[in-house]
Structures are given as C-alpha cells and as structure tokens.
Design a protein around this ligand. Structure first.
Ligand code: ATP
Ligand code: MG
Length: 552
C-alpha cells in the first residue's frame, strides 16, 4: 500500500500529485549506474534520493546497471557498485540490467519503425553531427530520412544480423531536425558495434543508445519516477517521446524528475581525472584514501552514515551548488565523535622520567573507549616510570593560558597521576632529551585525594609498551591555491599530498582494534589503520582532525 506522506521537497510534491492524478498504487524508483567506473561522493546523493523517496511512500527501488556501452563496462564494476551501495546501507529490491531488455528494446524499435517514427541512416558520425546544427542553426534532414518503412525494417534487421560494418549505419528516431532542443533532432537509437558485452558476449552487434534504452527500461520495469541529476533535464522531452510512442501511457508512463548534482569543492570526481591519477601511479588505486570515491572514503575511515548524512543535509534542490569539503569533514567528525574508540598515541615523543616512581613498578590504568558513551567500556594501559608525552605538551616559555606541562608546573596524565616537571635535561645542542618529573602519589584519577587543582590533562604512552607506528598524512590532491582548469592536472596535482611520518608511538591496545575501524588519537584527531601500506610498521592515515573549520 502507498503511504500517505507529508511532502518535504519538490520531488515529493510531484509524487503526491501523481498519486492523486494517476491513482498510483506503488512508488517505484531506480538507481541506474553505468558499470564503467567506481562510485564517488556524487552518487550517494542520487542513491539516497531514489531509495529514501520510494521508501517514504512505502515503495521500493531497483538497482539497474545501465550497460549499453560494452567497450567500457565490466563485472568488476558491477560488483564494486553493489558492494558500495550495500556499504552505504541501502537495499535494492531487484537487480536489473539494461541488457536484460535488449530483446524487448529491439522489438520496440521495430514498432517505432512500423509507425514511421524511426529510420536507418547511412550518414557517418561526423556527418550526423554536422547535419544536426547547433543552438543557433536548425539541423537539416538526413538524405535517408524518407526511406520507406519496408526498407527500414529490412535494413535494421540486416544491421542486427551483422551485415554492415561498425559505424556504417544507425537507427534514428524521426522527430524534428528544426527543434530548438538539439536532443530532439533525430537522435540515434542504435549503433553498430562489434564489442564483446560482459553479459551478452557476441550475441549483439547493435547496441541501443542510453537516451532510448533508459526510458524504455524504466517503463518496462514499472518505474513510476525516474529521479536523476540536472544534466538530463534537456533529455526529458526525448524521454517522454520514447515512452509515449512505445505505448506507455497514463500510470504506465514513468516520469523523469531532475535534481541538482552534488559537487564538492576541490574534489575531482570525473572518471577521466581519477583514471589519469591511477594510471600514472600518482594515487594508489580507485580506493586511494585521498579520493572521494566511495572506496577511497571508506578506506580513509569516513563512516557510511556520515556520507549519507552529508548528502541528506545538502538537500534536494534544482540549483547546482558546490559544497565545501569542510562540510563533509564536519559530518565525518560528528559521527566519529559518537563512535570512534579513543586511544593514546604520542606523535612527537619526548621522554619523561618519573624519578620518584619505583623502578620496575607497573600499574594498570583505565582509559574510556568513548567518553560520550559509557556503554562502550574502557581499556587499560600500563603506567610506568618511563613514559613519552608529546613535544607540544611541554613549553619552557609558556604563553598565557598554557595549561600543559611547564618547568615546575603540574599537569595530569590521562587516567593516571598528576606530575610536576622538576628538571629539563638537554643535549649539547640544547635539544630536550628528557624531562625529569615527580608524581603526586595520592592523585590517581578516580581516587584523587591530593587536593591539587590542575587545569590540563595530557596523553602519554609508557616506553616499555610503546608500539612504533607510521603515520601517513593525507591532504587534498590539488595543491592549495592552485587553479585546476581541466587540462593542467599534472601541474596542480600535489605530489606531497601523502607524506610519511615515522616518529610516532602508541599504546599497544591500538593493535587490537579491528582493521577498518576508525579511532581517535586522544587530543589529536581521527585515524584509521591503512591495510594497504601496513608492511612492517603498523601504518595509520589521518581521517579528519578534531577541530572544525566549517563555518555553520
Ligand atoms: P560521472 O560522470 O561523474 O563519472 P556518471 O553520471 O557517469 O558519473 P552514472 O553511473 O551514469 O555516473 O550515474 C548514475 C546516476 O548517478 C545517474 O543517474 C546520475 O544522475 C547520478 N549522479 C552521478 N553523479 C552525480 C552527482 N555528482 N550528483 C548527483 N547525482 C549524480
Ligand atoms: Mg553518466
């Protein structure tokens, strides 16, 4: 049954209207990727709109692979797209392929020929585009436009039977070469192409063009609303022309509704650019964590929920917009704050010797896995006489309001004791080698009777159990301040967008966190272990920092 809903955007307004006008019984949408590449941050917008709109009305969504260009498509992409959609948390009702409909599409083409609405044309691709005219000049008719129905039927059947070489003939819709909409100037419906289709093999040597295959596949599948991005707006009259002339009318006629594409500032989403970066080895694959592919974001540690939240918050509109990258990061940070496990890692270690803590003594202290959610429990780490703290957390000449460690100052070690810095030990060059400190015995966290008021708490790692880690710091692939104009990728690509940092140490608990799980390095940022680069030293990449640079 269809659900009664309060419409929240223009798409839902249209659907509510159509339900009344056409007495629709179910709302069915589809997500129609072409399996010729990997999904990126733009796709979740189309996915979310199609799936959530149908769901809201109690309907469902099909996943349809729009596989009409055999030269570029493969099973590998099909599998990758399926995996990404599932990971994002969406479930399709039926998995379909445009190629499921090749037989029916062929029959509908024959029907259109018989109605005098399609003809076989012998113009070359170059001639077709020349005859088509442009925005200011109307097109002119093809000399083959007035072939008889009988001749067209014969030629089209021969095209299918393989009688003609690739590119030598096309089947075209007979619409209007003077139409102000160039898409309506006798668009191509079929081309001859002897490429092996990944599902159909060599069965076909003619392939339907997207503009014909897509609307008819929608209609055959019973799609009620074909929700797609704005660039298809000018194709809508053609969409309507094909479904109507193929005989799908009233409630059997699917309706195309367009929404704005999602663009993210500084993100290179086009397959052309991503392929170039991958093929040149500038990035390490389609799942490089610097890329805004779904696989890249997943490897970077972006939670699926943050990605869906992001596209949902950007909202459904008709006007194209470019969204700041920092807004996506804000969504990631918000989700990770709720879910990420806290661990202690010291990025730039200085040694601290706690002179009054007995040699050989160890103590377990508890660190909350997530202070926002006590249900997530805690883990323990070992406190000892020799520890590391971050260089940043000590300052010999502290500015005002510096609450971390200073000479003769006090600070709390997370989960453990308050310490005081008694002596700064330096080498001949003046570099700090070690801080000699003393701990306050009755100041242990949770059981502090010292009466000391200490403003700062810093993280630390025991020397004896410290695990060496590598950190790969990632930045956007386009250099800051560089202007990418579409052609200068080589020039603007930042070869320093991945830098390797080797000094950090962490508590051993870090190794128990399952792969693919983002974590927070306390007081620093969110990180995830990178399985691909994890050779000898455990390797972590920065998911997102703690500070929000997005201006709400
Ligand atoms: P690209 O050209 O960016 O590589 P595409 O449009 O060729 O992507 P398809 O597989 O054809 O990729 O897209 C499947 C669906 O996803 C289309 O219906 C399209 O409307 C939608 N889509 C693709 N990119 C975006 C985007 N940036 N914002 C919103 N929807 C998008
Ligand atoms: Mg496309």
């Amino acid at each position: 049954m269809i659900k009664n809903v309060e419409p929240n955007n223009f798409i839902e307004d249209i659907i509510v209207d159509d339900i009344k006008k056409l007495k629709l019984k179910k709302i069915i949408t589809r997500f129609p990727p072409e399996p010729n590449g990997y999904l990126h941050i733009g796709h979740p917008k189309a996915i979310t709109i199609n799936f959530n709109t149908a769901k809201k009305f109690g309907g469902y969504t099909n996943l349809r692979m729009d596989d009409t260009n055999p030269e570029k498509e493969s099973f590998e992409y099909v599998e990758s797209i399926k995996e990404d959609i599932k990971w994002l948390g969406f479930n399709w009702k039926h998995l379909k392929y445009a190629s499921d409909y090749y037989g029916k599409l062929y029959k509908i083409a024959i029907k259109l020929i018989k109605k005098g609405l399609a003809y076989v044309c012998d113009l070359s691709a170059a001639e077709i585009s020349e005859y088509r005219g442009n925005f200011t000049t109307p097109g002119k008719n093809s000399p083959y436009r007035n072939r008889s129905i009988k001749e067209n039927l014969k030629l089209f059947k021969e095209m299918k039977a393989g009688k003609y070489p690739d590119g030598s003939k096309t089947l075209r819709a007979k619409i209007d070469m003077a139409s102000p909409n160039i898409n309506m100037r006798d668009p191509i419906m079929y081309r001859i192409c002897r490429a092996k289709h990944f599902r159909k093999g060599d069965k076909w040597c003619i392939y339907p063009i997207y503009d014909f295959a897509h609307p008819i596949s929608d209609a055959l599948e019973g799609i009620t609303h074909s929700l797609c991005s704005m660039e298809f707006e000018d194709h809508r009259p053609l969409y309507d022309w094909f479904v109507t002339n193929a005989g799908f009318v009233g409630k059997h006629k699917p309706r195309q509704v367009e929404f704005a594409r999602l663009n993210v500032e500084g993100a290179l989403l086009s397959k052309r650019y991503i392929n170039k970066m991958v093929n040149n080895g500038w990035v390490d694959g389609y799942d490089d964590p610097r890329l805004l592919t779904i696989k890249g974001m997943r490897r970077r540690g972006y939670p699926a929920k943050a990605i869906v939240d992001f596209v949902t918050r950007v909202g459904v509109a008709k006007a194209d917009s470019v969204v700041e990258y920092s807004y996506l990061e804000a969504c990631v940070r918000e989700e990770l704050n709720k879910t990420a496990t806290r661990v202690m890692a010291v990025v730039d270690p200085i040694k601290v010797l706690i002179t009054n803590y007995p040699i050989g003594r160890t103590e377990l202290v508890a660190i909350d896995n997530n202070p926002n959610d006590k249900k997530l429990g805690n883990h323990s780490c070992t406190f000892t006489r020799e520890i590391f703290i971050d260089r940043d957390d000590f300052n010999e000449n502290p500015p005002a309001k510096y609450f971390r460690l200073t000479p003769n100052g006090y600070v709390r070690l997370k989960g453990a004791y308050i310490i005081k810095c008694d002596k700064v030990v330096k080498d001949k060059k003046g570099n700090i080698v070690c801080l000699e400190c003393s701990y306050v015995e009755n100041s242990k966290s949770g059981n502090d009777t010292s009466g000391l008021k200490v403003k700062g708490t810093i993280h630390w790692v025991s020397e004896s159990e410290a695990v060496k880690i590598d950190i790969h710091n990632l930045k956007p692939v386009i250099k800051q301040d560089a202007e990418f104009n579409g052609d200068n990728l080589e020039e603007v690509f930042d070869k320093e967008s991945r830098t390797v940092y080797k000094k950090a140490v962490a508590e051993p608990f870090i190794l128990q966190i399952p792969n693919g799980t983002p974590m927070q390095f306390l007081r620093n940022g969110y990180y995830i272990r990178d399985s691909k680069f994890d050779y000898e030293t455990p390797t972590f990449i920065n998911t997102v920092g703690l500070k929000d640079s997005f201006n709400k």
